[in-house]
Design a protein around this ligand. Sequence first.
Ligand code: IZC
Ligand code: ZN
Length: 420
Amino acid sequence: MLDTLIVNIGQLLTMEGDGPVKGEQMKSLPLIEHAALGIKNGRVAWIGSNEEAEKMSASYIIDAEGKLVTPGLVDPHTHLVFAGSREHELSLKQQGISYLDILKQGGGILSTVRATRAASEEELYEKARGHLDRILSYGVTTVEAKSGYGLDVETELKQLRVAKRLNETHPVEVVSTFLGAHAIPLEYQNHPDAFLQQMVDLMDVMKRERLAEFVDIFCETGVFSVEQSRIFLQQAKEKGFAVKIHADEIDSLGGTELAVEVGAVSADHLVGASIAGIHQLAHSNTIAVLLPGTSFYLGKGTYANARAMIDQGAAVALATDFNPGSSPTENLQFIMTLAALYLRMTPEEIWHAVTINAAYAVNRGHEAGRIMIGRKADIVLWEAPNYMYVPYHYGINHVRMVLKNGKVVSERGKGDVSVS
Ligand code: IZC
Ligand code: ZN
């Protein structure tokens, strides 16, 4: 006897397969029509046709009403834990002041650093929990969360403790990344290497207290160079961390090549990635995490070359980059629309990019991003009639119900999500 049986599924995107999905393979979508799905002990226990489901018994039956059912989405790049907001930067941008100029003048990331240092751990937790509720409501069951708004020992630890507590108390799984190398704090402006050394020393505490799984760095003009990033990420690897990199987001510095060189699990942004960098990426195990919401919001009209990446064989994932400056949105479905329009990705490629490839970008490919027997039942029931409909009808939320580990954790029209 099953715990839960979902019947009358119009399209079930199982994403069944093995490993990350690369290049050409992203064009075909593993799906079953007129399907049903059984859950037991929080895991997928049975998959069959809607007719076969009549023979099955379960304590709880959900009618999908002929609509779409998919794996829970994975958002593999967010800056979830922060204080304050930066709406004033929108008008600065309209006046032609760039993102990097705002940062150079002590605003941008550094203004969020001031607010985050001043906030209590409880305030940070409550705010991030609200954002995480909204992330879940859009169908995301696993999210990556970066620190990087402390840039000092105390506040970086505070942010990561909040992420850990969210992982323990909220239905969404939160994968933590230490981004102490997000910007140079004002007190270290003339001593960036001393600052990086302090962040390297802090990694030992992160490891001991299991506060982060990944280490990341913002490799960008006026922030950290390729050379500084190489040394920093190598030190992180020596201390046992998996690494990520904010690579070629605004200027083309060679962060994409560096990601491949250091064996990063993911290289993120890649708007300015060189032809050579894309070629190397396509022949590596590094996942390309693209963030078209950031390109959209920076408003310069330049987007990552997703077509070249996929055509050459890379595994591409998509993320919101949710943060208070360059991408203030929790809506991964809107990112799917941007990927269709501006990255020229097909709906089939987009679904791989927000499920299994996104799961691999946070080292969760073995347990998230696919609906297969024995896997955790992280599942979204959609109001949408088919998978193409979600990126098409844009700017709204198409989710009807979200299950995490087999339990309903978010449901349209039933008030707030439960916090277990
Ligand atoms: O707060 O501006 N790009 N870091 C690198 C960000 C965007 C987040 C921010
Ligand atoms: Zn970022």
